[in-house]
Each structure stands twice: as structure tokens, then as C-alpha cells.
Design a protein around this ligand. Sequence first.
Ligand SMILES: [Zn+2]
Length: 720
Amino acid sequence: MLFLLLTLLASQGTPRAPREVEARFLRLPDPASCERYLQVLTEDPRLAGTPTDRRSAEYTRSRWLEAGLEADFATYEVYLPYPKSIEVKLLAPEEFKAKNVEEGWGWDKDSYAPDAVLPYNAYSPSGDVTAEVVYANYGLPEDFARLKGMGVDPAGKIAVARYGRSYRGIKARAAREAGAIGLILYSDPADDGYGKGDPYPRGPWRAATSLQRGSILDLAKGPGDPLSPGWPAIKGARRIEPAQADALPKIPTTPISHADAAPLLKNLSGPTVPEGWQGALPFAYHLGPGPARVNLKIEMDFADRPIWNTIGKILGASRPDEWVILGAHRDAWVHGAVDDGSGCAVLLEIGRCLGELLKEGWRPARTILLASWDGEEFGLLGSTEWVEERLEEVGAKAVAYVNADSAVSGRDFAASGSPSLADFAREIAKAVEDPRSRRPIHEVWAERTRVAAKEEETYRRGEEPDRGASGTEPPVGTLGSGSDYTAFLDHAGVACVDFAFTGPYGPYHSTHDSFYWMKNFGDPTFEYHAAMARVMGLAALRLADADLLPIDHAGVARAVPRYLEDIAAKAAQAAERRGEKPPELEAPLRPLREAAAALAKAAGEASTRGSQAAEKGPATVLAEVNAALLRAEREYLDRAGVPGRTWFRSLLQAPGIDAGYAPATLPGIREAAVSGEIDRVSVEAARLVARLDAAAAVLAGKPLAAGKGGRGSSPEAGRR
Ligand SMILES: [Zn+2]
């Protein structure tokens, strides 16, 4: 009865002002509720395609239905490998068999879970290889080149390389290109173990027996189901043969712990390692080859298996065909408390809180979608297939995509995003309080100099952050690939932003990434989970209810010269390594600088026109400006894509093809400049000039000349 009365009152009240709704929303997230969600989510492993993964998809759907959202599954059938057996045996000069078991402790049920998947590198082929071992540092292309330079040929050998400084799929490709017949990846204590601090369970860093599982699908060639590249992996859809799949790795590869790696490395002779190659195991490292001789035997079970995204929806009241999308991946290698149980708990909490607002009579102007992605760990499968299935619709409707992967592992706020959303990300951080200091997150973030950025994070977030118009704002990093924003950003041309609270975190992709770890190290009070729910939820509210969309293309105009500076530096370094003079880039890049300046002007005028219309009308002008802001974002796409990688259609950024360390900004120009091909620099610059000109024309409200839309980047970049 009381409920009915309240409902009646709420529905009769005048709609509340956006600021009132925001203030109400910010009071709703509850640490205890986040903790409950994470506890349920980490009850069982959530390996993509398994019954317990399915159960977590159902749990997510039930919570959103209960909150008053619409919710359903988006199911795909993707090529998923599970391990049958993996053996790493040292045959000489002494015998040793890698245990491949992570130590467990009675008080942390996740740590000794009997149902944890065998440690493996997903998409490694099956194989049985025996050879002498060489040590290849981080296994980067330059490490293998250096190894050869020192007279140690990896050809025909099994390479042992440590994790870090790059996505592991790049290591698998580099090892094969260097001629290695097998690859063993291990976590050196220098990188995330006792070299950093106390290992789990005494501290937050990686224990001696802890293993980093992970996919070695070549994401730089394109994410998603490897047998349906570029189209959705729905049941019955066309598939290519695995032998034709470019992204599938070719040599047997497996992860081991440093406890298991030590006997292999200790038994290497040959030259001692060069500077920077020594890890933190207690002996001097040598390069080999041998006398350590290893048998690596892997048996995989490849099959098409179902995965289940859960999609929650709140239909917009006045602009239902404009989508604000929030996402986190639900699948995990084992229990994944940080990665990405934390993001999923946050998403569930946002659903619950938005549900509260719905009960009070609120409805957003635009549609809000909550996406609990599946199959991210294997290669961004769930999000990529979902975008590929509705590419045109996403192009027409998506306003922005907000991601959280490993949402909470500590207290340090970090944001990355499209240049057009960098200022928006900082505005959100001004409006949400840091739980510990009770000051705005932005203030704490600005103060903190991130001395030792987590390596995982550095290669994901890039090295050329946006520092605002003043150049002194807290950094918003560059996105390339590495999480579920990739298909939105690089394939569909949607502005994206990614948020996290980070901290010391070792047990990435192991059984020790557990609820107990979170409760004792990551976020014991769950206040940072609640704060992340405020951050992402507020981003959703502002994007969904904004009169004028907070997408600012001045950020893109600001980014281009910054990227060019970095490209010039990298090109000069590469030329020096080849013994050449730095390439002359000034003239070929001048038109691009001019185009960026013109874009800045058009963006400034569009935001003035938009703010005036938002204040005084007319509504038609406001609608035109909003439509232009969205369409301009799509104009950075070019259907021909990044050279050699057509799936990546944005000319602004892509994952680095080789380094894989940072996202490559302006990838076409960058690759040409670094390899010293000036003619190609001009060609690539001209392609980008065309896209920036098109974006500027859209922002200036100029109708595209007849036939010009056809020159355009993508079917959905045209007028609609
Ligand atoms: Zn993740």
C-alpha cells in the first residue's frame, strides 16, 4: 500500500532536474551490496563456455530483471580450446617435471579449487616437442633479435621467456618468427612476485607456484572468434578452416610458475645475460642454448562452444534509439575476483541503483545498456561478436561505450579513453569522492605521480596520455586493444572510456585472484567498488541525460600533434638503429597539422553553437549539433583500415602490431615513419587528412557534397 502511494507520488511529481537525479544516484551505491555480488560471482570458476559461466550469466540476468531492467542473453558459438594435458619435463642435465599446480590455503577456498582449469595458454596448438632451451628475456621481437646478435640462435630450440612488457600473443608470434619450436612463459619474481613485495598470502604479489593463464590469440591481427573474422559467430554461420586463421598461434606454448621455471633456467650455460635481462631468481641467468633440454607436450581440446553475454537495458524515454553502453567481462580464467569480478560486481550494483531510480519514476532520455561480456579472456570474443552482429546499428545508435576491466585492485584511479572523451572522464572524477580521503577523486588523482605504473596497465593504456587543454591535467591514457572497448573503438568508431582503481596486484590470471585476495588486499571495505559504481553510473547518467553530448572533438585535434611528436621521436630512434639520419617528416606531415587545426576550430564552434542552443534553444540546432558530434566520431574510420589489418578501421589508433607494448596511435603513419618509408608517410597522412576534414565538415554542419559520403569510411559514416 505504502509502495503504491509512493509510486503514485513519484509518477505524479514533475521530472527531476538532472543534477538532482545525479545527487540521488550518488547516494545509492553500497559497499556491502558490492561485496555480496562479488562473493556470489566468485563462488565458482567462470571459464567461458562452462556450466558455471552460464550460471553466472543467469545470475546477472536475474539481478537486472529484479531491479526492473530488461535483460537477455546474446549467445554465440565460438572456437574455444580447453586443455586436456600439459607436461613440461626437463630431461637433461637433470630430470625434473613441472608441477603445474598452484599452492592452496585452507582459508582461501578459491586457491585450492579442484575445478580450476589446468594452467594453459589458450589457442596454443597441441604438440610434442623436445629441444634445448634458450632464455629470451621478455620474448619481444627485439629480444629475439638481440639473442641472435649475441650468437645464440633460437631456431629449433624451446624458448623460455618471462611475462610482461607486452601482450603474450606477441611473444608467441615473435618466438615462432625467430624459429623457436616451442615457448614456455613464466612469471619472473622481478616483475610481479617477491621482487615487488610480499607474495600472496602474506602480501598482494604473486606466489612462487602462481601461474598466469592467458590467451595467445594474435589480437593485433583482429580480436573475436578466430574462425569468423569480421562477421558474427552465430550458430550456423560460415567458418574458415583453423589453418586459414591468421590470428591463431602456431607453436606449442604454455605458462609455468617461477618455482617450475627455476630448474630450467638454472641449468642454462652459454653467455651470461646482457643488462636488463637478469630477473629476480637467486642465480645468474645465462642465455643457453642448453644444456637444459626440455620436452613440452600439450594436448588441447578445440571445439565450437557457446558463450553468453548478458545484456541489461533501460529504454530511453525521449531518445530510445541512442545507446549509452556500459560493459565489463564476466568470464575469468578461474574465480577472477579482480579480473573482472570487480567490474561485474560494479555493473550489478549500477543495475540495482538505476533500478531504484526507476522505481522513483525516473527514466533516462537515452537508452542505457549494461553488458556483461563473455569470452573476453580468450580474445574479446563476446563483445566483438556482439558488435559485429549489429555493426550498422551500433554505428547509428551508440553514443559512447564505458568499460571497466579489473575495475578494482586498489585505490589509485586511472582513466583511458578516446581523445573526445578525455575531458569528460576528468569531469566525472571531479564529481565523485575518493572513499579514503573524502576529497574529489580528481584532486587525489592529480596529486599522485604514478611512479611505478603497473606493467599490465602501461601496455594497455599507452604512453601519450591526454593532459587536457592546459597540458597539466591528470592523464587520460590512450586505448588500443586489450579489453572489450576494442570493437567499439577500432571497428565501429564509437567514443570509449575505461576506468579503474589500481594498486599492487600480483596474482593476475591465477587461482589466487580470489575473493580472499580482494577482502585482504585489493578493497577490504568494498568502498572502492562502490566508488567505481558511482564513477561509471554517473558517466552513464550524464551521457544518457545530457542536453549537449559531452563529446569534444577538440580532444582529437589536440591529440594529433601529440601523437606526431611521439612518432617523430620513434622514427628517429629507429633510423639511428639502422645507421640512418632521422627521416624528414615535417613536410609530409604539414597538411595533417593543418587539418588538425581546422578540426579544432570546427570543434570549438560546434561546442559554442551546442551550448547556446542547450541554454536558449532552438531544439533543432541542439539536435543537429548532437548528431554531428556522434557522426564526426565515425568519420575517423576508413573502410580500408590500417594497412594489412582491415578489421581495424579507425585511423586514430590500433593495437601495436609488433611492440604490443603501447597502443599504436595513428598506426598507418607510425608504421611507415618508423620503417623510414617517407612516400608511404605522405599517403597515410593524406588518408587521415581526408578523415579529419570530413569530421570538421560534419561539425561545421556542412552537408557532404554529393558522392562524398561514398568516399567515406564506412557504410554507417554516411548520412542517415
Ligand atoms: Zn580482464
